[in-house]
Design a binder for this molecule. Sequence first.
Ligand SMILES: NC(=O)c1ccc[n+]([C@@H]2O[C@H](COP(=O)([O-])OP(=O)(O)OC[C@H]3O[C@@H](n4cnc5c(N)ncnc54)[C@H](O)[C@@H]3O)[C@@H](O)[C@H]2O)c1
Length: 340
Amino acid sequence: MSERRDVGVGVIGVGGMGGRHARNLARQAVGAKLVALMDLDQARAAEIAADCGVTARLFDDGVALIDDPTVEAVVIASPDATHAALAKACIAAGKPVLCEKPLATTLAGTQEVMAAEVSGGRRLVQLGFMREYDPQHVALKKLLDDGALGRPLYFRGMHNNLALVPPRDQASIVVNSAVHDIHSARWLMADEISQVMAQSVPSQPDMPDSSRLVQLQLWFRKGSIGNIVANMESGYGYEVVVEITGDTGMGRTQSLGSPMVRGNGQAGRAVEPDWLERFDVAYVLEMQAWTQSLRDGRATGPSVWDGVASLNVAAACLESLETGQVATVSPMEMPDLYEG
Ligand SMILES: NC(=O)c1ccc[n+]([C@@H]2O[C@H](COP(=O)([O-])OP(=O)(O)OC[C@H]3O[C@@H](n4cnc5c(N)ncnc54)[C@H](O)[C@@H]3O)[C@@H](O)[C@H]2O)c1
């Protein structure tokens, strides 16, 4: 019986997130091997290759990596504005891709990627909404799907970052950060968002276009409601908590992974500093699901449609921030490719 050959993977962008994906691929995944890295910072790419213990080829151009015959699948973890063009190049080359969120920085950009994938007739892209692999989120999703909470009525999402510098503008906080929470809301509630009302608190009073915190009020198509608060400067650590109220119960994820410690007349738990610690297990499980999908020859998990639908909601949030009014999310039909 012939042994299965490991699939050759190239990683584009090996900063904080791409470096973690490269390490998880090299150390924790089965059936795939790291063969190529690309980063504008070549020294960083060489450092990650050495840390992964592989003699991967280093590229200085993302499309050249995608087109290389030794690269059979690609991880895109370069900055947001590069995702759509690189994802389209992967689709054109017929190569499966794990693409970090957001799929693109504009709704039109996400739709171009979807048009390319739909016209190719098969799913090639898994999008990096890694909360779908976080055991806490998975457990809550199962409770909801099993009907244990009854009909979902209310979604509450809290997303606290320690301190992102430089201060974010309103578009970036919504499109880069709150897009995770928008996806969580759609995925967990198994519904699409129809209207939003967005409000923002500036990072500094004299910087009105900056955004320290956004609140997004949500209305879902089936009648439920929700609220997301994404805070870029919590001042104490990183936490993501989701709470869902159903008509027969409620469920809430736990963010902190540390033990409760009691001493000196106090009881408390340490807070993770960032997403790489809070979601460390989710990133491994996400990578393992992706390499499994490479072996199965069929993309799974968050899709290009999820990238389009979440940016569609993000676009309405930006409109609401601009007008100060409730904004309607443009109705869109999901292509058949993304059914099931
Ligand atoms: N899913 C998640 O939880 C999660 C968490 C963090 C970041 N991200 C996403 O991952 C991506 C990278 O974020 P990060 O935190 O690793 O940023 P980072 O700044 O730590 O790393 C970005 C890397 O990309 C390189 N780079 C810059 N321009 C490039 C280009 N044109 N081509 C290739 N490489 C280029 C930089 O040199 C750097 O090494 C972003 O799109 C971000 O939204 C996702």
